[in-house]
Design a protein around this ligand. Structure first.
Ligand code: ASP
Ligand code: MG
Length: 439
């Protein structure tokens, strides 16, 4: 059995949905198809929720109505027969009635999660009406019946596996299952989600739960690229990556994949394929246990980074200093991305300013604290980079004119990270593209 996940743009237009139905019926293998909300919907739901939490019901109402019009038009093109249009419109009515009811209820975080869930609930149900019209046998598996997160908002594979396998057993005669990405239940049993972009995570969790043959992530580009195609000229798709390389790239900014989505597939050794709905024949990127080849594979960048430098002569020859520093970050549940040290200073980076004020205040007793905002981590990812011929030489030659803030090398054999001012990001990516890939 395999998993096929289609993102927002892959289901964002009626004709795209039609195409998805072709892609999922091409072969005989049983499959679980995971769908995102139609592109733009989750953003619209976030805005509706924001308006409501700000007490602006009128703005929320306007946004709800605009979204409903979008769905009514979508239905017209999605299905042709009257009975199916009625069915699809009934789906739309059900969910927009809900959204209109919440206009009258007082806002809460639980309600916010309910609002955000509407996109995936609608996209899957609408897709099923199209499958009905095409006479394609299928079954809708409600994600809320098996996908869950624990009290720390982490999905646990075992309970997900148990519930999902039970559901599949109950419907053993079916070969095609449709389910929602992104949404789940939390430890309190309420509707919740796997965070923005979380449909990839859903797909990987399902693939691991059923130990699928492959987890296919269908998007609108032809795989993961060697560099950011949005800002760099001449990038190329990478054919093969290891799970570790892909996780680093996703975390450090490759937008094509949700950063946390690698571990479930990796744990059960299910290959992940990144494929392009607009170009289904393209090979895309395959992510497996083995790295395939040695050398630099890709460069990714992560913006909005804050560097914090703690300088103290007390660090000199002292032990326990780093522990005290790291404890402050732990206390405020802030994860550290990059670390560099000298004998009298340690610099770390974080990607959120949520607890920045408290963190700097608690670090001050240890020494002088310097904060640098608007930095970008540029990560060079590959396999056994250190053993690759002249890689450091090429790297430092390429960045001659870049005022680099930090360099981290040696933490793993697969990564070199540079911290540069955000304003230097595009230039850094471009010179590295030339210097490391000759592109
Ligand atoms: N619809 C959700 C989002 O836009 C989840 C996803 O598409 O992966 O974030
Ligand atoms: Mg996505």
């Amino acid at each position: 059995m395999k998993v096929m996940k289609f993102g927002g743009t892959s289901v964002g237009k009626p004709e795209r949905m039609h195409q998805v139905s072709q892609l999922i019926t091409k072969d005989e293998e049983a499959k679980i198809v995971v769908l995102s909300a139609l592109s733009g919907t989750t953003n619209a739901l976030v805005e509706i929720s924001n308006s409501l939490s700000a007490g602006n019901r009128e703005a929320a109402k306007q946004k709800i109505d605009a979204l409903e019009t979008h769905y009514r038009n979508f239905v017209l093109e999605l299905v042709k027969e009257e009975a199916n249009r009625n069915k699809a419109n009934a789906v739309v009515s059900e969910h927009f009635e809900f959204l209109n009811i919440i206009l009258r209820i007082s806002f809460s975080e639980a309600l916010n999660k309910d609002i955000l869930a509407q996109g995936e609930l609608m996209s899957t149900k609408l897709f099923c009406t199209y499958l009905d019209e095409q006479g394609i046998d299928h079954m809708l598996l409600p994600a809320l019946e098996f996908m869950s997160i624990d009290a720390n908002e982490e999905p646990q594979l075992l309970p997900i596996r148990n519930r999902l396998n039970q559901l599949l057993k109950e419907h053993a005669s079916k070969k095609l299952f449709i389910t929602q990405g992104y949404i789940c239940r939390n430890a309190r049993g309420e509707v919740d989600n796997l965070k923005r972009g979380g449909s990839d995570y859903t797909a990987s969790l399902i693939a691991a739960a059923i130990v699928g043959s492959v987890c296919e992530i269908w998007t609108d580009i032809d795989g993961m690229h060697n560099n950011d195609p949005r800002v760099v000229n001449k990038t190329v798709a990478i054919e093969q990556l290891s799970f570790d390389e892909a996780a680093e790239l996703a975390y450090f900014g490759a937008k094509i994949l949700h950063p946390t989505c690698i571990w479930p597939a990796q744990q059960e050794n299910v290959p992940v394929k990144l494929l392009n709905t607009m170009q289904p024949e393209a090979v895309g990127t395959v992510i497996t246990k083995e790295a395939g080849s040695v050398g630099v594979k890709a460069i990714a960048a992560k913006d909005g980074i804050i560097a914090i430098k703690i300088k103290s002569s007390r660090m000199l020859l002292a032990y326990g200093f780093l522990r005290k520093v790291f404890e402050v970050f732990e206390k405020y549940r802030t994860s550290i991305d990059m670390i560099t040290t000298s004998e009298v200073a340690v610099s770390v980076t974080i990607d959120t300013d949520t607890a920045l004020a408290q963190i700097t205040k608690e670090l001050e007793p240890f020494g002088s604290v310097e904060v640098l905002k608007d930095q970008t981590i540029v990560s060079i990812v590959g396999n056994e980079i250190a053993q690759t011929d002249k890689v450091l030489q090429k790297l430092f030659n390429a960045i001659q004119d870049i005022p680099v803030t930090m360099v981290s090398y040696g933490g793993s054999a697969h990564n070199i990270s540079l911290l540069v001012p955000g304003t230097e990001k595009v230039k850094t990516l471009q010179v590295l593209n030339e210097g490391l890939f000759g592109l």
